[in-house]
Unconditional design. Structure first.
Length: 146
């Protein structure tokens, strides 16, 4: 999105489902799914959904939360906890807790992935060594994984 389009988008007060789907690179069905789950609540003009800036902002947060691995339940709670009257301290505290938990999960997954990569690299090296010797074990070669 270029700067002119971004300014035009920021100044708008309402959006269609098609516009939001195109902007965020999702399907209309995805947006309707989030609506069914109570994460966004567009106004209606007859059968047409009309999304506000607030809905657009919530959709942006939902998509970021999903990309980071948060559950829809946690995203909904994060969004619903905001209250202009009481401020955002509770919301931010909950969000911080969930972010720390997700970071810990991702670090564990990264360690598991690094271990799997290392094992695959070792197995590939062994298989290449085995195949390069015509199927005969080379001196000092360990047993292959095959």
């Amino acid at each position: 999105m270029n700067a002119r389009m971004k300014i035009a988008t920021e100044e708008r007060v309402s959006f269609s489902i098609t516009e939001l789907a195109e902007e965020f690179g999702v399907t209309s069905r995805t947006i309707r799914f989030y609506e069914d789950k109570g994460l966004i609540n567009p106004a209606r003009e007859g059968t047409t959904r009309v999304y506000s800036r607030k809905d657009r902002g919530r959709l942006k947060i939902i998509l970021r939360g999903r990309r980071l691995g948060f559950s829809l339940q946690d995203i909904k709670k994060m969004l619903d906890m905001y209250s202009p009257e009481s401020g955002a301290k509770d919301q931010l505290t909950f969000t911080l807790q969930k972010c720390e938990e997700q970071l810990a999960k991702l670090n564990i997954q990264r360690a598991d992935i690094n271990e799997a990569i290392s094992e695959l690299e070792d197995g590939i090296r062994q298989l290449k060594d085995y195949l390069s010797t015509g199927g005969k074990p080379s001196k000092g070669a360990r047993k292959t994984i095959a």
